[in-house]
Design a protein around this ligand. Structure first.
Ligand code: COD
Ligand code: ATP
Length: 199
């Protein structure tokens, strides 16, 4: 039997940081953000649809997608965001399930799906356990502004494009509070995995 863990949280709350801890334990991680980049490469079906919907303005000169520009469009306009989601999400889900099934066939006992929008997209049925990485909003804001070089307003728009972290935490099977040090978060992860009798 394979246990599938759905790793989620808010933008810049620390999902990739926790995903790396799983990888260090030789547990495979399938990252929806990585897949969402692959499915919009030129030549892919979703790429054509995005160019049709958003025009050449969101392309670099070599016709690849300028993600910063597209991000500015969709995080300031809910209708545009829903349009992009409707193009990208089905392709991501298809690839994610293919990859998950391949790991199951290989006999992996634990698989992690890192899905930022797990709750927003109603995907908890894809997984056996949900794990939310949470932080206080001030910490999230500071880390997001620093990592992505965003203004406060831009960062807040991105945070508010998602379900509040408190709501995600309420729905989760377990929560890692990532306000402290990485070592403290690592200890929380180890406790959760031993409670779940994984490792
Ligand atoms: C808008 C895009 C081009 C910005 O690209 P960029 O490289 O700057 O960011 P990246 O893809 O690494 O996403 C960073 C984080 O933003 C948040 N985020 C991304 N897209 C969305 C969205 N549609 N709604 C809410 N939050 C989102 C997630 O927390 C994600 O982890 C890109 O995020 C995108 O194509 N989004 C639509 C697909 C999507 O929903 N991806 C997230 C999960 S599949
Ligand atoms: N406990 C921590 N202490 C200090 N910095 C941290 C901690 N956890 C994560 N960070 C930093 O915060 C930023 C966001 O973390 P990370 O990239 O893991 O988040 P994420 O949830 O995967 O983000 P996104 O979904 O937006 O890609 C990164 O710059 C990371 O180095």
């Amino acid at each position: 039997m394979t246990v599938v863990i759905g790793l989620t949280g808010g933008i810049a709350s620390g999902k990739s940081t926790i995903a790396n801890m799983f990888k260090e334990k030789q547990i495979p991680v399938i990252d929806a953000d990585v897949l969402s980049r692959e499915v919009v490469e030129p030549g892919q079906k979703a790429y054509q649809k995005i160019v049709k919907a958003f025009g050449d303005d969101i392309l670099y000169q070599d016709r690849t997608i300028d993600r910063k520009k597209l991000g500015n469009v969709i995080f300031s306009n809910e209708e545009a965001r829903e349009k992009l989601n409707s193009i990208v999400h089905p392709a991501v889900r298809e690839r994610m399930l293919e990859k998950k099934n391949a790991f199951v066939k290989m006999g992996e006992k634990v698989i992690v799906l890192d899905i930022p929008l797990l709750f927003e997209s109603n995907l908890p049925h894809y997984v056996d356990k949900t794990l939310v990485v949470s932080v206080d909003e001030e910490v999230q804001l500071t880390r997001l502004m620093e990592r992505n070089q965003l203004s406060k307003q831009e960062a807040l728009q991105r945070i508010h494009a998602q379900l509040p972290l408190k709501e995600k935490a309420k729905r989760a099977d377990a929560v890692i509070h990532n306000n402290g040090t990485i070592i403290q978060s690592q200890a929380q992860l180890n406790d959760i995995l031993s409670k779940w009798k994984i490792l």
